[in-house]
Design a protein around this ligand. Structure first.
Ligand SMILES: *Cc1c(COP(=O)(O)O)cnc(C)c1O
Length: 302
């Protein structure tokens, strides 16, 4: 039995998106958006569901601090800081690279939540995080908050979605550390989940299959679109920029340049290729709005 510390009100809403559906060539009532971006804690997003499990484990271990890792604009690191604050724990965020000259986007929120920030420089965040944890009474939370244990949070989310949308045919979701997709596949089966790789890990398919093997879920026939990465995780592609505009201009819906923008580009490509067999299409909005305000490729002078 996996224990969890409740951190948000469920279920998250499912909303129609008829104008976006028509822009993609789908029937107006076929496309729905599951709004995990509207999770209230800390600016919201999918990482909160996994943190319900990882923060419960930290409290159970008797730790007074959580340590985690990520890119400088990590949504997971930001939400770890928020969840730690909620649970009365300290947080240490070990981030890749050098300290930037300005703390924008997620970094601004990390400060606000009282996190201690450590920039790993050339040594790599994973190694520095192990060291930082060893000097404290700390519980180490893995990259993206993902393990076979915490991915169960998205099995539960898949079950929540099935109650809201029993005729779901395809769920489209961004793949970072893989826990979100793995959990959804465990709940819905491989054929109903279309993952869109973001470049956060070198081999998204292997990572998701590995998690599913540990979860005793299906590891075959995973649907992963790995054509939306472009020059790499941290770069905005013209296709994603266009997907951001389409979502914003049809539904007033904001998707971020790193994760949900790529997932939206994957949805657009799948719709135009006729790759969305029967039933409703659900776009899982996993959050990421603060990252938009920290993304260098989107900053320009008037
Ligand atoms: C981390 C993240 C994802 C991917 O979730 P994983 O479980 O790491 O694959 C998707 N969208 C956003 C906004 C994220 O921050």
């Amino acid at each position: 039995m996996t224990s969890a510390l409740p951190l948000f009100s469920r279920p998250t809403p499912v909303e129609p998106a008829p104008r976006l559906a028509e822009a993609l060539g789908l029937a107006a009532d076929r496309l729905l958006i599951k709004r995990d971006d509207l999770i209230g804690l800390g600016g919201g997003g999918n990482k909160v569901r996994k943190l319900e499990i990882t923060i419960a484990a930290a409290l159970g271990s008797g730790a007074d601090t959580v340590v985690t890792t990520g890119a400088p604009q990590s949504n997971h690191a930001r939400l770890t800081a928020a969840a730690a604050a909620r649970a009365g724990l300290r947080s240490v965020l070990v981030l890749e690279g050098e300290a930037p000259s300005r703390r924008l986007g997620n970094l601004l929120l990390d400060d606000l939540f009282g996190a201690e920030l450590v920039f790993a420089g050339e040594r790599g965040a994973a190694a520095v995080a192990v060291e930082e944890a060893a000097t404290r009474n700390a519980h180490l939370i893995p990259f993206g908050g993902t393990s076979a244990t915490s991915a169960v949070a998205y099995r539960w989310a898949g079950e929540e979605l099935l109650e809201q949308v029993p005729d779901v045919g395809t769920v489209v979701v961004a793949v970072g550390s893989g826990g979100t997709m793995a959990g959804l596949v465990a709940a819905l089966g491989a054929e109903r989940v279309l993952g869109v790789a973001t470049g956060a890990v070198a081999d998204a398919r292997a990572v998701v299959a590995g998690l599913l093997a540990e979860m005793r879920g299906p590891t075959e026939a995973l649907r992963i679109d790995d054509s939306r990465i472009g020059r790499g995780y941290e770069h905005l592609t013209p296709e994603v920029r266009r997907a951001m505009s389409i979502a914003a201009r049809t539904e007033g819906l904001v998707v971020d340049p790193t994760y949900t923008g790529r997932a939206m580009a994957g949805l657009i490509a799948a719709a135009s290729a006729g790759d969305l067999p029967g039933g409703r299409v659900v776009f899982l909005h996993t959050g990421g709005l603060p990252g938009l305000f920290g993304h260098p490729d989107l900053q320009h002078d008037g």
